[in-house]
Design a protein around this ligand. Structure first.
Ligand SMILES: Cc1cc2nc3c(=O)[nH]c(=O)nc-3n(C[C@H](O)[C@H](O)[C@H](O)COP(=O)(O)OP(=O)(O)OC[C@H]3O[C@@H](n4cnc5c(N)ncnc54)[C@H](O)[C@@H]3O)c2cc1C
Length: 288
């Protein structure tokens, strides 16, 4: 049962931060509520005050600013899967968003809420790490950018301070020729394993100029796999293709997979390896 709580209705980020600072642990940001209200109903967490951020303007649009896409933290998954800018510049994110949860959750659940809740079996964090995204955290008139790869600390734990609000997600548009691919695997409601690759080729399309690999869902938090990237970056496409199994093994180990209802640790590590091969090939094919 949902216990009584007080609803605060601020209209600016500064007011949100002030309320969070004033009421400390007894207050929590409330966006779409798809995770928070469920956890409160189940009695897993309790807050005397919910700070409804939906009345704060300017946090629910997608804009292009030079080479970056700025996504407001209050954009719902539904808005993102239908965004014309994302369809043109970041189609891999659109595809991911189309496959998050179900249509009811996508209508109200926000990208910011997904990232801040840091549920281990969530999709977007993994792709955002591979894309080199930065997350903007605001508190009063101060703000800072947190690289996506250092935002996720552990299961349900982020590097946000208790009175900080996530306001924007800034994603660099990949430099061409580039390919981006996110793949997931699972048979329960949420994914068991997620893997994202971003590849940049040289202009002759013969060498891997840059590559970023991230793995998620298998362990407590999504992670970048720099050691696997090292086996592929700066290599010819043929050499990198030969190294992909070894990079997959490294990624599997780096995923910190745990045995749970979604599968055994070694099974998840194997799936990571398979997804890396497939995502890498898919990303390469986009560079043609
Ligand atoms: C049935 C179901 C299936 C799902 N399947 C998937 C799936 O397949 N893949 C996937 O990725 N996700 C899945 N989800 C998760 C879903 O994407 C999230 O529930 C949703 O995005 C959370 O957003 P929200 O706005 O509802 O967050 P809320 O529930 O409002 O908030 C979640 C947490 O984030 C904090 N928070 C929210 N916004 C901010 C902010 N701007 N700044 C600081 N803190 C903030 C809140 O205080 C709270 O702790 C599923 C959820 C459900 C219920």
């Amino acid at each position: 049962m949902l216990r009584r709580f007080r609803l605060e209705e601020p209209t600016t980020v500064a007011e949100v931060a002030e309320l969070l600072g004033r009421f400390g642990d007894s207050a929590k940001v409330y966006a779409g509520g798809t995770e928070l209200l469920l956890a409160m109903k189940e009695g897993l967490v309790q807050f005397e005050r919910l700070v409804n951020v939906k009345g704060v303007s300017g946090l629910n649009d997608v804009k292009q600013n030079n080479g970056d896409i700025h996504i407001g933290a209050l954009c719902t998954h539904h808005e993102l899967e239908n965004s014309p800018i994302l369809k043109e510049k970041l189609p891999a994110l659109v595809k991911l968003e189309e496959n998050v949860a179900n249509v009811r959750v996508r209508q109200v659940g926000t990208l910011g809420g997904n990232l801040c809740f840091a549920e281990p079996h969530a999709d977007p964090g993994t792709l955002l790490i591979a894309l080199g995204a930065r997350l903007v955290a605001e508190k009063g008139d101060r703000n800072r950018e947190i690289p996506a790869e250092s935002f996720f600390v552990d299961a349900y734990e982020t590097s946000l301070e208790p009175d900080e609000v996530l306001t924007q997600i800034i994603v660099p548009v990949p430099a061409q020729p580039a390919g981006v691919c996110y793949m997931k695997f699972g048979y329960l409601e949420r994914p068991s394993v997620g893997l994202a690759v971003m590849v940049n080729l040289n202009t002759g399309r013969t060498e891997i100029d840059d590559i970023r690999i991230a793995v998620g869902c298998a362990g407590p938090a999504p992670k970048r796999v720099a050691e696997a990237e090292g086996l592929l970056k700066g290599r010819s496409v043929d050499e990198a293709t030969q190294n992909i199994s070894q990079a997959g093994e490294m990624s599997g180990r780096a995923s910190q997979a745990i045995s749970d209802l979604h599968g055994a640790q070694d099974y998840k590590e194997h799936i990571v390896q398979v997804l890396l091969k497939r995502s890498f090939q898919n990303a390469l094919s986009q560079c043609a």
